[in-house]
Design a binder for this molecule. Structure first.
Ligand code: DON
Length: 333
């Protein structure tokens, strides 16, 4: 009897020990991203964006993955040196700046926190709500966000937005001038959206100025590593694990992540949340970032997009890593 008891307790101690070791050991991020890169690099689904002509010049083969952890580690694979324009990814960080300046209630009242159920540049969505953009991540809401940033003048507005992006990326980012020029020449639809909102008093500054600065922020180039570092600020309670700066009030991080969950992938957001369960944001340049609070951010760059404007390989890669690390936020820990 005594021997049986001893054997049982040795067994349970060793079970406990291995469970604790398992719970504590970090996932093998290098192996996971290498597997994902291998698995999806030959998937040629999707189409590189061409409604902004300069974007059509990027190779559909470009493919890079970075994981940035809250303890400041970086894991990466693929074309990690290649830069790409942030496009809609920039919207997240300017929204965070607006939240820092005005607080979450004003962001909710003026920009909203609902899905439009329509494409990211829908004029119909703005018309249906009599000017309310519904959220800061669709084009209408993002331009309205730019108009909300407190600034003395146009130069000051731009400097505040760029300095904010730089701090999040822990880098000196630059505007891709050919992309900016190309987008300025073809942004009549965005100008119309801004004017439509203005006609309903849902715009908080000069429409021409805000559309130009919005277009400039979309044209800022990043690498996948810089994008992952930006995401890691959100994973790390608003504090950059890289430069130690508190860039967003810790209390506002859940609201930024909620906006990403609601509209980060536009009309693909619901399916994304249902299948993967972590907040994410895409850009038509082919970048995408997803955030697992308290753990890591993952950024992927691959230009071919699905019909909603989200990178195909980026979604596959992030889903693969999120599942392997049991990162779905709706799973009990
Ligand atoms: O305003 C636009 O249409 C682009 N600068 C950004 C759109 C975008 O990235 C949508 N994302 N998936």
């Amino acid at each position: 009897m005594k021997i049986k008891l001893l054997a049982a307790s040795v067994l349970s101690i060793s079970f406990l020990f291995s469970a604790t070791t398992l719970a504590q050991s970090a996932p093998d991020y290098t192996a996971l991203i290498t597997q994902a890169h291998q698995k999806y690099k030959n998937n040629n689904d999707g189409k590189v964006a061409d409604y902004i002509p300069a974007l059509a010049t990027y190779s559909p083969q470009n493919f890079a993955i970075t994981i940035a952890t809250v303890d400041g580690k970086i894991y990466q694979v693929g074309d990690v040196k290649k830069t790409f324009p942030m496009e809609s990814l920039s919207k997240v960080f300017t929204m965070a700046l607006a939240m820092e300046q005005h607080g979450p209630q004003e962001v909710l009242d003026k920009l909203g926190a609902n899905a439009t159920g329509l494409p990211f540049n829908s004029g119909l969505a703005v018309e249906l709500t009599k000017g309310a953009p519904e959220n800061p991540l669709v084009n209408a809401g993002a331009m309205s966000t730019v108009s909300l940033i407190e600034a003395k003048d146009k130069t000051d507005r731009w400097n505040k937005i760029l300095n904010n992006l730089n701090a999040w990326a822990d880098a000196s980012l630059t505007v891709n001038e050919p992309v900016f020029k190309s987008e300025m020449e073809t942004n009549q639809h965005n100008q119309a959206l801004a004017q439509l909102m203005d006609s309903y008093n849902s715009f908080y500054g000069d429409t021409r100025e805000a559309v130009e600065i919005y277009t400039r922020q979309c044209s800022v180039d990043v690498t996948v590593e810089q994008l992952a570092k930006m995401g890691a600020v959100l994973a790390n309670k608003g504090k950059s694990p890289y430069n130690g700066k508190q860039l967003l009030n810790e209390k506002y991080v859940p609201q930024v992540l909620a906006e990403m969950a609601i509209a980060g992938l536009y009309d693909g957001s619901g399916k994304w949340l249902y299948t993967v369960g972590i907040p994410a944001k895409s850009g038509v340049g082919g970048g995408m970032v997803a955030v697992v609070p308290g753990e890591y951010a993952i950024a992927v760059y691959s230009p071919p997009l699905d019909s909603a404007g989200n990178s195909v390989r980026a979604q596959q890669t992030i889903e693969y890593v999120a599942q392997a690390t049991r990162s779905n936020l709706f799973l009990a820990k």
